[in-house]
Design a protein around this ligand. Structure first.
Ligand SMILES: [Zn+2]
Length: 297
């Protein structure tokens, strides 16, 4: 595997034949982002966090998040992270939905960012044979829209819907990536631990394990939690809001629009219908701080 983090260089590293270290339950079947199903064990453990009814309204979420602290990468606590922001996405689009504003901010400030794509999201619609390549193209276009077209992308190419089967190997890869940056203070940005999608949750567990081994902070972004969480169960006390500039919101909106296969697919229902997309058109992004080493949110 070639990891070229040269400044200003755009590179895509496709890692094939990642050493598999299967330790998770075997029944994690999932069709990409579209119809996530949970392992019975994991789902049972987290069920109390999930709403059994329809998603909470946007106004209800905005009210719940009113008390969340404000945060920015320029804040004193974050200022130590100067050159090692690693944004991990289970599928192409998660980084834009969850952290597109942050990526735009960091890119504009010239802070080196690395992006890790865990899967190509090829299982979101099996009727589209070249979906993986389409989604990679969409991702590249989105990064350009965010002003981050120069950001190195590390494409791990794990199977969409089966990240949990590769969870330990993913942890090792993230640790390797972090150690390659060890001359810099490092921060990981990854999906929320109990986001309601098996790939997101497996990626989150790997990020948590990697952050513990690297001794680096981890900020988690929600995606499906906005649709599935009980508001009372959301960890507002650890939530931090990054207020976005109007220019960053514009960039993010353009970037989100790049994911046409998810918003207006040629076949099948949209994975990202307007009701879901509105969660990511807010004037702020939400990150949940995770204490390295802790397994409990
Ligand atoms: Zn996803």
């Amino acid at each position: 595997m070639l990891l070229d983090f040269g400044p200003g260089m755009f590179c895509v590293v496709v890692v094939r034949d990642l050493k598999l270290m299967t330790s998770m339950v075997a029944d994690r079947t999932c069709d990409g982002d579209q119809q996530p199903r949970h392992s019975s064990e994991a789902a049972t453990a987290k069920r109390s966090s999930f709403s059994s009814g329809p998603p909470h309204s946007e106004s209800a979420w905005l009210g719940a998040l009113q008390g969340a602290r404000h945060w920015s990468p320029q804040s004193p606590k974050a200022s130590a992270v100067r050159s090692g922001w690693v944004v991990v996405a289970p599928h192409p689009d998660d980084e834009t939905l969850g952290a597109g504003g942050l990526i735009a901010r960091l890119a504009r400030r010239g802070e080196p960012i690395r992006q890790v794509l865990v899967t190509a999201g090829e299982a979101a619609e099996v009727a589209i044979s070249d979906l993986a390549e389409r989604r990679r193209v969409e991702h590249r276009n989105a990064m350009t829209a965010l002003g981050a077209g120069h950001v190195p992308v590390i494409d791990l190419n794990l199977p969409d819907g089966r990240v949990a089967e590769h969870e330990n190997g993913l942890t090792e890869q993230l640790v390797e990536i972090g150690r390659a940056l060890s001359k810099y203070p490092l921060a990981l940005i990854g999906p929320l631990a109990h986001d309601g999608h098996p790939d997101h949750e497996a990626t989150a567990r790997a990020c948590r394990a990697a952050s513990a081994r690297l001794g680096c902070p981890l900020l988690e972004y929600p995606i499906w939690a906005w649709e599935r969480f009980e508001i009372d169960a959301f960890p507002v006390a650890r939530a931090q809001k990054l207020m976005l500039l109007s220019s960053e919101r514009t960039r993010k909106a353009r970037a989100v629009a790049c994911f046409k296969t998810q918003i207006s697919p040629p076949v099948g229902p949209a994975v990202l219908p307007p009701a879901v997309l509105k969660r990511f058109a807010r004037s702020f992004e939400t990150f949940v701080a995770h204490r390295p080493g802790s397994l409990v949110p």
